[in-house]
Ligand binder design. Structure first.
Ligand code: ADP
Ligand code: MG
Length: 726
């Protein structure tokens, strides 16, 4: 029995116990328990040996082969944790937590002891932690205070194929380290493993000085793929895909034999809507008459997206009861980051939600876009893990040919780069243009980021990080928001800004026009709240909601009544606490500036917002349109969700938090400001040539060059004096 416990994860053991109902375990169940379950198990020795022998290694293998959960355990068993933590990065927060939880279960320890995780706003590690799952952003943060990563013996950069921004930066940071000499500060050289589902491995290996690659042989069952032609190129920009996806899911349930369904949709709202529709339709099925295969009689529906609680997520992995079909409606997270067993059918909507930089608006916006062909293949592959499967694509072959790119564009080429560039500058990477990027971002975006950082005074005229820049990088916030918070902390009024920053950091505080709720309800309650809050300032409304929820007895029901996501507010509570911890730490620093101000308290909040968001101000133009001051001079409209909507003509100047681009450019979360508050700041938007900041010209000089240069100068001087004496 003890041996079984070693190999089997606890929840599997439980299943076996239930099956055998206290009787001795059947012999075949025992055999099963001893058989290797995952493809990676055959490669354990090889992987450990290769890690010992090389400093950098690439490991690839199909999704679900056991890379993420098993490899860290192998290294741990082999003693790699003796010289430091084994750190594994993940691009996604949810996957980080879910995988850490799973591994803690597998080795039977409580989460936060031997196995822990660190994500933005949530640190679940301790002195005892040897295996640490973390987001790639967290590791970047670590490397700020510990450039040689002394805490770590091994770093595993997982999900390399996702090409997330932070992982890409880590590639460059690690490569730089390898090209430079071994740091005397490290006793043992750092081991680096890059893990990836199949991707351009050759290019990655080349990037790391043609390092060795281990491929885990996998077994995939055949998958039947079918284009259903429900969506064509002309449907690229509408939401018809949701209803079509629901329809196909239901057809699959009614017509296909047993096996679970995995549905790929785009985001929280779309998934909740689809689940609502599925619930309603599944309820009305008369199973005696409709189902052709009587072995499946019900549909168990689970949504699966990033902002769900971990308890909600856990249920997704449980096998469904006998005779019931499980249906998971997920974002792209289920494509590679996590594997759900038992999936036989994949329904692919063909879309994904992606953060894209919108140069017109100068901001990052979430957009729904067609997936790439390689992502579509990956999605289909989820159906064939344990048995032959089927993949239904709701779109047509024409959509595939015309709308879907071959590969996804790496995030670094799609997003604004401010925090990346600031991180690089803090890491003392002087030349941010010639940093070894696997895929260099366009130079104009780097320059835009530099300009933004200069505007926020995070870097100075010569491109060096300022004191403010070093404070700024402490905050997991956009530079604008971080600046506003720092200003408030300097002025001693952080109580006004921290809740607002926290509320702006969590998504969807207001329940949008959900499937079950009328749009009108939502708008009315939104209006009522903003007038209760004092009216005419969306930031103040957020503060009001936050404080209200903090002080009343039953915030959950208050939120429900007011169309507010209580879960989001709860998250904001924890974000606020962590931001507060950061500001407390900053205030204790000797060089943190404490300012006095004669601004009346009523104006303080907006005053601080101006310090951070002066690049997001606009002056009223004609009628209800406003013109931005950032040099683009875009014409923007106040979004209908704002308390200022409909009263535009009362305001001359406004400040906004974000931009939404549809047929028009809308600004969201808005407040009125006075010109005098931004007058002195606005020139900063225009007075610099960003090339000056990239410090291309300021390459480090070697000692030899310096000596030559000094000699030349001396010669020049003596020439000068010679000339003078003549
Ligand atoms: P890879 O990283 O190669 O894609 P993983 O290590 O993530 O593979 O997954 C290996 C197996 O572990 C999966 O097939 C799945 O069955 C199981 N697994 C992973 N995470 C969880 C979880 N949170 N709950 C239950 N099972 C999980
Ligand atoms: Mg993995």
């Amino acid at each position: 029995e003890a041996a079984v416990t070693d190999i089997m994860p606890p929840h599997m053991l439980q299943n076996i116990d239930m099956e055998s109902k206290g009787r001795p375990m059947k012999s075949h169940a025992r055999e099963q328990a001893y058989l290797p379950r995952l493809p990676i198990e055959k490669c354990e020795d090889k992987l450990v040996q290769m890690t010992r022998d090389t400093s950098i290694l690439i490991v690839t293998g199909d999704t679900g082969s056991g890379k993420t959960t098993k490899l860290p355990q192998y290294l741990y068993k082999a003693g790699f944790a003796k010289h430091g933590i084994i750190g594994i990065t993940q691009p996604r927060r949810v996957a980080t937590i879910s995988v850490a939880q799973r591994v803690a279960e597998e080795i039977n320890c409580s989460l936060g002891s031997t196995v822990g995780y660190q994500v933005r706003f949530d640190d679940c590690t301790s002195q005892k932690t040897d295996i640490m799952y973390m987001t790639d952003g967290c590791l970047l943060r670590h490397s700020l205070t510990d450039p040689n990563l002394i805490k770590f013996s091994t770093i595993i950069l997982d999900e390399a194929h996702e090409r997330s921004l932070n992982t890409d930066i880590l590639f460059g940071v690690i490569r730089k380290q390898f090209l430079s000499k071994h740091s005397p500060k490290r006793k043992y050289p750092l081991k680096v493993i890059v893990m990836s589902a199949t991707l351009d491995i050759e290019r990655l290996s080349e990037f790391f000085n043609t390092c060795p690659v281990v491929t885990i042989p996998g077994k995939v069952f055949p998958i039947k793929e079918k284009f259903l032609n429900l969506i064509g190129p002309r449907d690229k920009d509408n939401t018809a895909y949701i209803a079509e996806t629901v329809k196909v899911t239901l057809d699959t349930h009614l017509n296909e034999p047993a096996g679970d369904i995995l549905v790929f949709l785009t985001g929280q709202w779309e998934i909740e809507k689809a689940c609502d529709m599925l619930f309603q339709k599944a309820e009305s099925i008369d199973y005696r008459n409709d189902v052709y295969d009587s072995s499946v009689e019900g549909l168990l529906i689970f949504p699966f997206y990033g902002s769900m609680t971990t308890d909600q997520q856990k249920r997704i992995f449980h096998p469904p009861p006998e005779g019931i079909r499980k249906c998971v409606v997920a974002t792209n997270i289920a494509a590679t980051s996590v594997t759900i067993e038992g999936i036989r059918y994949v329904i692919d909507s063909g879309f994904v939600k992606q953060l894209n930089h919108n140069p017109r608006a100068g901001l990052d916006v979430l957009e729904i876009v067609p997936i790439s062909k390689s992502e579509a293949v990956q999605r289909a592959g989820r159906a064939g893990r344990t048995a032959p499967g089927k993949c239904y694509r709701i779109y047509s072959k024409e959509f595939w040919d015309k709308c879907m790119p071959d590969h996804m564009i790496p995030e670094i080429k799609r997003t604004s780069l401010t925090s990346v560039i600031l991180t690089l500058k803090c890491l003392e990477v002087n030349d941010v243009i010639r940093f070894p990027y696997l895929d260099p971002p366009e130079e104009k975006f780097i320059l835009e980021a530099l300009r933004k950082l200069y505007q926020c005074s995070a870097i100075d005229r010569s491109g060096n990080v300022t004191r403010l820049g070093r404070f700024l990088i402490e905050f997991p916030l956009s530079p604008n928001l971080a600046c506003a918070v720092i200003k408030a902390t300097s002025l001693g009024c952080e109580d006004l800004l921290l809740p607002v920053a926290a509320m702006l950091s969590v998504e969807h505080v207001f329940i949008q026009s959900g499937a079950s709720r009328e749009n009108k309800d939502f708008e009315e309650s939104h209006k009522r709240l903003s007038s209760l809050a004092g009216g005419g300032n969306d930031f103040v409304t957020l503060l009001y909601i936050f404080e209200q929820c903090k002080s009343i007895d039953n915030p959950a029901s208050w939120c429900h009544k007011n169309s507010i996501h209580w879960r989001a507010v709860k998250t904001a509570f924890s974000v606020e606490k962590q931001l507060r911890d950061i500001t407390t730490k900053l205030k204790e620093m000797k060089d943190f500036p404490i300012e006095k101000s004669d601004v009346p308290r009523n104006d303080l909040m907006v005053h601080c917002l101006c310090a951070g968001f002066f690049s997001n101000v606009a002056r009223r133009s004609v009628g209800r349109t406003f013109c931005t001051m950032d040099g683009n001079g875009s014409m923007v409209h106040i979004h209908p969700s704002s308390a200022l909507f409909g009263q535009e003509t009362n305001f001359e100047w406004i400040l906004f938090h974000s931009v939404l681009v549809t047929s028009k450019i809308f600004v969201r979360t808005v407040c009125p400001i006075r010109y005098t508050w931004v007058k002195d700041l606005l020139p900063k938007l225009h007075d610099i040539d960003a090339y000056e900041l990239s410090s291309v010209a300021r390459e480090e000089v070697t000692a030899e060059e310096l000596a030559k240069w000094n000699a030349r100068e001396k010669a020049q001087q003596s020439n000068d004096s010679l000339e003078a004496s003549l």
